[in-house]
Design a protein. Sequence first.
Length: 116
Amino acid sequence: MAQWPATIPQKPRQSDYSAADVEATIRTSMDAGPEKVRRRYTAVPELLTCVFVMTIDEHTTFQTFFRETIARGALPFDWIHPETGVAVVCRIIGVPTRRYRGPLRYAVSMQIEVLP
């Protein structure tokens, strides 16, 4: 399995980081009374919204990792969870975006799905 490259930032920028579990229940409306609620899944992924600040060289490495190594998000990879410090299996959801952040720096935004 692929590994998050050691030559790019390992942790996202703290001020732009958020985490949430994916909705794991399903609700059914009733003719009368409260909705019925049941579990849809027993294993729920966690969705992380991350921004990494990278140099141009780091971003080039990241692009190769995203485009070739993990096939544009189709393949999972190993990564160290920024909150727990534990190795987890992840996938990148969608296409990461980058913004110019000053001399030779980019802020790269992405959503990372931590697999159960």
